[in-house]
Design a protein around this ligand. Structure first.
Ligand SMILES: NC(=O)c1ccc[n+]([C@@H]2O[C@H](COP(=O)([O-])OP(=O)(O)OC[C@H]3O[C@@H](n4cnc5c(N)ncnc54)[C@H](OP(=O)(O)O)[C@@H]3O)[C@@H](O)[C@H]2O)c1
Length: 339
């Protein structure tokens, strides 16, 4: 009897805020393996904000997610069957398995699966702190902000998968680190568990002026580096507190992902403060991944890099968990547990 693979496909494209109707759960039998192929049972599925962009049909840095195909996504799992000499059943792997329970990887796609060592790093962390979000944090902080000890670094979406790592990497480099996050619980965790010096609850501030005042208190020496995950009012407020020669790494602008305009109010500050602003896509910098993963893996294994996970149970829960991520319902890395 063949295995049944439960999958989530993109059923339709949202015009603004996505809903559960944009997704469909389907079942398909797993076909027998051909020579060179590997069958992986996905254990965890990663949900990430970039998936919202892929649901659109418009021009972007990446191709849109095709309709009626399995949603794109990072996965970790276990090889359960192999007709490929390089992979053996029982080995743990990370890959781009998508929103489905099983993943068949062809002989020519060997690079699509990486073996991972779970002796000191839990399997799920390869989708978070020791995976794409961790490397994203590392790239924006180290290669764009390039902070010196004693400088002040601010990061938005600070309790999230990327933001939490940014702050801890900056602390390890001797910086004063201030987070911005939504709600008192997230802010408390950012300070007490992740070790930030302060965290501002942006939901307590109705306008740029109020948020900028809070930033002035938390950053008495101004802001030298800003890791941008959100955009809009938060960016405007941070820019008012940026020092001369400050650097902003543009990683994400989640407040605009559903199409709301997020204009920049004071672009003249870029000139006045001789600021450097640089956007990046982490998958375009594969050359830094080994160095970044070495530092991140070492820090997780030794307990120096802390992270939190929000785990939804079962493939059918993926759409709601994803919609929650876009609304800030996640606390740390959003995962779906499949096994
Ligand atoms: N450039 C790249 O290569 C790259 C790679 C990975 C990720 N990213 C970007 O990095 C950012 C963080 O990603 P992540 O995976 O770590 O996600 P995450 O921070 O774990 O989750 C997203 C968080 O964004 C915040 N948020 C959502 N809507 C918001 C809004 N309207 N205003 C303010 N905050 C809002 C929420 O936190 P609060 O409750 O605190 O509001 C939510 O928990 C995203 O913008 C993502 O697109 C970029």
């Amino acid at each position: 009897m063949s295995l049944i693979n439960r999958q989530i496909v993109l059923a339709s494209r949202p015009s603004a805020e996505p809903s559960a109707d944009n997704f469909k759960l389907v079942e398909a039998p797993v076909a027998p393996l051909q020579d060179g192929e590997v069958l992986v049972r996905n254990h965890f599925l990663s949900l990430d904000p970039y998936m919202r962009g892929r649901m659109n049909d418009g021009k972007s840095y990446a191709q849109p997610q095709p309709l009626d195909e399995v949603m794109i996504g990072g996965t970790v799992g276990e090889v359960v069957e192999s007709r490929n000499d390089f992979f053996k059943p029982g080995e743990k792997v990370v890959g781009m398995g998508g929103w489905q329970e099983y993943q068949r990887v062809g002989a020519h796609q060997r690079g699509a699966l990486q073996k991972v060592d779970t002796t000191h790093v839990p399997l799920s962390a390869y989708l978070g702190a020791v995976g794409m979000p961790g490397v994203t944090a590392w790239y924006g902080l180290v290669k764009i902000i390039n902070p010196k000890a004693g400088e002040t670094v601010v990061v938005s979406a600070a309790s999230g998968a990327v933001g939490g790592a940014v702050g801890q990497l900056a602390k390890a480099r001797g910086c004063r680190v201030v987070g911005i996050a939504g709600g008192p619980d997230k802010c408390a965790q950012v300070v007490s568990e992740l070790g930030f010096d302060a965290c501002i609850d942006y939901k307590q501030h109705a306008d740029v002026k109020s948020l900028s005042k809070a930033l002035k208190e938390a950053c008495p020496n101004g802001i030298d580096g800003y890791f941008e995950n959100v955009g809009g009012m938060i960016l405007d407020a941070v820019m008012l507190r940026c020092n001369a020669f400050s650097r902003i790494a543009f990683c994400g602008m989640i407040s605009g992902y559903n199409g709301a305009p997020i204009p920049l109010t004071n672009p003249s500050l870029i000139l006045v403060n001789r600021m450097k602003l640089e956007g990046f896509i982490v998958s375009e910098h594969m050359e830094v991944w080994p160095e970044a993963l070495k530092e991140l893996g070492g820090m997780v294994a030794t307990g120096k890099l802390k992270y939190r996970e929000t785990v939804a149970q079962g493939i059918a829960a993926a759409p709601e968990a994803f919609l929650g991520l876009l609304k800030g319902k996640n606390f740390g890395k959003q995962l779906v547990k499949l096994v």
